[in-house]
Write a protein that binds this ligand. Structure first.
Ligand code: URA
Length: 253
């Protein structure tokens, strides 16, 4: 017997938190009986579990990496008809959803999966999963400004956690610089706000790594399935653990 929200999340219905909401709202039934208690358990092998009347089956898990172009919303649909990630995944048979989000104007590595439980863990701040961005910013920040970014900077929603920041490329005329920044949180527009705070607004933002996984030549607007090794790495990252070697890979050391 397992908790209902855990079974639902693993079946790819939604994140565990969203599944709790589904249960509380009375949309989940076990063997035809609506269950609204969050502690309720079921047997995924024997019980018939339905969400809004539709049976939940344990679909095979799908894990994809997508190179999101800028000008695309991290969403599976947009009422306003703007381009969404789903437009690029038309031939994916499973119902996958994004792991966290990238801003409309941010490009780069976005994971998608129907493994709601893993997605939830990877985005939970408690696990501190590293995400690396290349930010091209206006002007060239001083080394002390980068140190500030790394040690923690005050934003309107509080101090940022320790990060790593280093130069990737600097315009000899001083008009721009590209900085690599690795953060372990996922606040709204965090990287853009961090650079705003040191007076160097972001001109272009690209996520180049997530939990040690990198785009590795994946073309913009394209996706690919993750390898078994990459999935294993993600699962360890989601536990906040892993071997020293894996932690080093994840942390880019
Ligand atoms: N930080 C941002 O500012 N934007 C993103 O899309 C991701 C991280």
């Amino acid at each position: 017997m397992e908790r209902l929200q855990k079974i639902l999340a693993r079946a790819g219905v939604a994140s565990r938190r969203k599944c709790e909401e589904l249960i509380a709202s009375g949309r989940v039934a076990v063997n035809g009986r609506v269950v609204t208690e969050l502690g309720a358990k079921a047997d995924p092998e024997r019980d018939v579990i339905t969400v809004s009347g539709k049976p939940v089956d344990s679909q095979p898990k799908v894990y994809l990496m997508f190179n999101k172009p800028k000008g695309v919303i991290t969403s599976m649909s947009d009422p306003g008809g703007r381009p969404v990630v789903k437009d690029y995944l038309k031939d994916v048979p499973a119902r996958v959803f994004p792991v966290g989000r990238l801003d409309y104007d941010t490009e780069g590595l976005l994971l998608l999966t129907n493994d709601g439980e893993l997605a939830y863990r990877l985005t939970h701040p408690k696990h501190g999963v590293p995400k690396t961005y290349h930010a091209t910013v206006k002007g060239v920040p001083h080394g002390t400004a980068l140190e500030k970014l790394a040690s923690g900077i005050r934003l309107e929603d509080g101090m940022t956690a320790p990060a790593e920041a280093e130069y990737v490329d600097v315009d000899p005329d001083g008009r721009w610089a590209t900085i690599s920044i690795t953060i372990r949180e996922g606040r709204k527009r965090q990287v853009r706000r961090m650079f705003d705070a040191i007076g160097h607004p972001v001109l272009r933002l690209k996520r180049v790594a997530f939990a040690g996984l990198t785009l590795q030549g994946l073309k913009r607007g394209k996706y690919r399935p993750l390898t078994e090794e990459e999935i294993a790495l993600l699962k360890r990252a989601a536990e906040g653990e892993g071997t020293r070697r894996e932690r080093n890979i994840r942390d880019g050391r």
